[in-house]
Design a protein around this ligand. Structure first.
Ligand SMILES: Nc1ncnc2c1ncn2[C@@H]1O[C@H](COP(=O)(O)OP(=O)(O)OP(=O)(O)O)[C@@H](O)[C@H]1O
Length: 577
């Protein structure tokens, strides 16, 4: 909770003003029964109409003051809570950006979405409600009790008979509530995950006629959410009736003994009316308690979940090792030195003792069966992960000594699955280099063999691509992703099987266009045809280097490579090995 409070700090004066105004409202509420007592005992009982008018007027005035304080309080409470939520949401988003890939994989995506949306809203609502009414509620109870004692201690004492019992009961309820509502938020995560998966796979759902199956999968998680929420709310439902029962019993006792005392002349009617009035206000406040406990329990559960994200230890991305200039060697060179790697929280090595070198401007094809570690190897270069043992040298400098930003600036990375962002074609290309000129955009798209297609789009470069580019073909998406990498003019171009959806003609035009590139290229490919165009080939087998050399060398010395070549020749994938 401490972390949450630090986000309220910048708005503490708004909160202080809101609380002060709330105290004005509270004072108005607590003074009213006293004025009623005055009107009854000094005005109505003594038949003094001037007193009735005077105190009636005063009561109207302070009621109006309470109204103004209430409206102004709303304004300040809203400002403080909205600004708090805005900052918190931004901070969470920034924190997620700074996650290392290892940390990122620790959280399910849907769980992060819930934290950034629903969890922030829960806490924001509680802050608003606290400043508006929630803080006031216990104060109304305490204030009413004090005032009742001030008016007539011998009657007020009956109002506290159930107090210790109620305190213990409320404490237990809050504890239970937090546990239950944490479970509810986890259910919300699950619902979000199913929605997310379903929407992403809509084509598949339709193709496999799995609409009903998906609907029942959704119903299942939605039902769990309903059951858990009902369970949590049902527990909370006991609070209000129990509090009201205890208060009403106390009230009856007050009336019983109050009536006796009036008969005996020990108490005035106005005093009894005031005490009853205070008791009713306490009862009213108590009836709010169940809502408050629900809100607080939910917010505490949400706050814990957000803190889990905010308190993540500093990772690679926050590294501040860079001091001054870096003594680099030959630009564009790469060396893997006995690199082994296993993913965090797994036992199996995915890469084992990998050693190879790449010269500046060299085109290295990386081949190997599915699961042999090709994508993993590429991901070590921009330090998405650190090696488990061994070292990688970029431009002669260990990647661990590179400032992360500088290292990644030198790399143009095209992932296996082309991802586009909502926006125009132009936006998607310049995502790789924000300040790129239109000429640079065109140069990159011409090289990536997508310029001509773009010119046939309805609005040229301003054509909008839908969420993840639904209106583009797979091959167009891949080429746009390549253009996004090329516009950076990277020292290293990493293509992770990024041309798989291109036809033979377009692919060979792309490789020809990339001939003149100065970048050192690492190209994952399944095709011998593409590997042949590379300077050297790294063949992986179960995480080991099975062979490394030119096409001719591998055709001579690698049985595995020969097998791949032969099978592709038979299938007609490569007709000229
Ligand atoms: N995030 C991860 N956590 C744990 N293991 C992983 C992770 N990503 C991949 N792996 C495992 O690492 C191994 C290598 O995967 P990788 O994606 O590098 O293979 P690949 O050669 O690129 O395969 P493909 O050609 O199918 O893309 C696989 O056994 C895979 O299950």
């Amino acid at each position: 909770m401490k972390t949450m409070f630090s986000y309220i700090k910048p708005y503490k004066w708004f909160a202080v003003i809101a609380i002060s105004l709330m105290l004005v409202e509270l004072a108005v509420e607590l003074i009213q029964p006293l004025i009623i007592k005055k009107i009854i005992d000094d005005g109505i009982v003594l038949q003094d109409s001037a007193t009735v008018w005077l105190w009636g007027g005063i009561m109207m005035l302070i009621a109006f003051l309470g109204f103004i304080a209430g409206v102004t309080n709303s304004f300040f409470s809203a400002h403080a809570s909205q600004s708090f939520a805005f900052d918190l949401r931004n901070e969470l988003f920034k924190k997620v950006q700074s996650f290392t890939m290892a940390t990122f994989l620790r959280f399910p995506t849907a769980g992060l979405i819930t934290r950034l949306t629903s969890d922030v809203s829960q806490v924001q609502q509680v802050l608003f409600m606290s400043l508006r009414v929630m803080l006031r509620t216990p104060l109304v109870v305490i204030g009413s009790l004090i005032m009742a004692f001030y008016v007539k201690p011998s009657l007020a004492v009956y109002l506290v008979i159930g107090a210790p019992f109620l305190a213990i009961f409320l404490f237990l309820m809050v504890r239970k509530g937090i546990t239950y509502f944490s479970a509810v938020q986890r259910r919300v995560d699950r619902v979000n995950r199913v929605i997310q998966e379903n929407l992403q796979a809509m084509r598949l759902v339709k193709a496999y006629l799995r609409g009903l199956y998906e609907a029942s999968r959704f119903e299942k998680v939605a039902k769990s959410l309903k059951v858990d929420t009902s369970k949590a709310l049902r527990t909370m439902e006991y609070i209000q009736p129990l509090l009201l029962f205890v208060m009403n019993v106390s009230l009856l006792v007050v009336l019983w003994f109050g009536a006796g005392k009036i008969e005996q002349g020990e108490t005035q009617i106005g005093e009894l009316v005031a005490i009853v009035n205070y008791a009713l206000r306490m009862t009213g406040a108590f009836s709010m308690f169940s809502f408050i406990i629900v809100f607080i329990s939910r917010a505490k559960a949400s706050a814990d979940r957000m803190e889990e994200v905010l308190l993540i230890e500093k990772g690679l991305e926050d590294d501040e090792k860079y001091e001054g200039s870096l003594e680099v060697g030959q630009r564009g060179t790469l060396r893997f030195d006995n690199v082994s790697f296993k993913y965090p929280q797994t036992d199996e090595f995915v890469l084992r003792n990998i050693s190879f070198e790449c010269d500046q401007g060299e085109k290295l094809a990386i081949m190997g069966a599915t699961g042999s570690g090709k994508s993993t190897l590429l991901q070590l270069l921009p330090r998405f992960y650190d090696t488990t043992s061994g070292n990688i040298f970029v431009d002669g400098v260990n990647v661990k000594n590179w400032p992360l930003e500088k290292l990644r600036e030198a790399i143009g990375y095209v992932p296996q699955r082309a991802l586009l962002f909502t926006g125009s074609i132009h936006d998607n290309v310049t995502w790789g280099k924000i300040a790129a000129s239109i000429e640079q955009v065109q140069e990159a798209t011409i090289q990536a063999q997508i310029h001509d297609s773009i010119q046939h789009f309805p609005n040229d470069y301003e054509t909008r691509v839908g969420q993840k580019g639904v209106n583009l073909s797979g091959g167009q998406k891949q080429r746009l992703s390549i253009a996004r990498a090329l516009i950076r003019k990277p020292e290293f171009l990493i293509l992770d099987d990024s041309t798989s959806a291109l036809d033979v003609k377009t692919e060979s035009a792309l490789w020809s266009a990339l001939e003149g590139e100065e970048a050192t290229m690492l190209v994952v490919t399944q095709k011998i045809r593409t590997a042949k165009g590379a300077d050297r080939i790294l063949l992986l087998e179960d995480g080991f280097v099975s062979a490394f050399g030119t096409h001719e060398e591998l055709m001579e010395g690698s049985v595995l490579y020969q097998k791949i070549a032969t099978s592709q020749q038979e299938q007609g994938v490569d007709d000229n090995v």
